[in-house]
Design a protein around this ligand. Sequence first.
Ligand code: NAG
Ligand code: NAG
Ligand code: NAG
Length: 199
Amino acid sequence: MLAVVVVLFLAAGVSESVILSKCELKRQLERGLTLPAPNSTDILAQIVCHVELTSGFNTSAIKTIAEPEEHSIVQGSRHRRSVKGKGPRTTPRPATRAPRLGSDEDKSEVWTLYGLFQLSDHVVCRSTQSHSLNLCGLTCDKLIDSDTSDDIACVQALINAVSAPNPDPKTSKPIHKMISLIHQPQCITVNTTSFFAGC
Ligand SMILES: *[C@@H]1O[C@H](CO)[C@@H](O)[C@H](O)[C@H]1NC(C)=O
Ligand SMILES: *[C@@H]1O[C@H](CO)[C@@H](O)[C@H](O)[C@H]1NC(C)=O
Ligand SMILES: *[C@@H]1O[C@H](CO)[C@@H](O)[C@H](O)[C@H]1NC(C)=O
């Protein structure tokens, strides 16, 4: 009886935070994603590693960060100029390797990152507070409910957009920007075999 209730609860996709296990997320991604061969398992491990470090597998994770200067993102620079005249810090610093708040030009905007994959309200979804490309055609609250299918579909859309033979710079550039923003350096070297041991 309880199991039935739980299943119905999850099927309804109600906005309740769920903490997935590593293996459960792996299973869901294997079912829901089509990754470029041949090393798709390594890519999968990197994605799951990223989820572990950014959202802690929490489907309702939400975080705000300051948008870094465009040129430093494009060049992937780790050595940004130090910040002159820091503005008041209005948002908590994420645990990730995050951009500093307040750019030199004071142009930096706050991005809100939603859900398991910590996707940006400026790029993939639409929230009331920001202009967005809305590449995934979602309202951002869809990315923080317990229904992960639209989150995974959105990741697929991002992968498709950047791996297209002739990526459209209008979409691939902001996607790369978002990826560099939420990028977890440790995940590049993750050992797939040991990372998924026990799954
Ligand atoms: C996948 O393989 C390509 C070429 O063999 C390599 O450049 C790339 O880094 C690999 N990706 C991952 C995630 O291991
Ligand atoms: C998941 O994240 C949400 C939003 O930050 C938080 O309210 C919730 O307590 C978290 N869930 C767990 C189990 O940590
Ligand atoms: C990954 O870890 C496994 C088990 O710990 C080990 O046998 C293997 O050599 C490692 N692979 C690489 C590429 O380091």
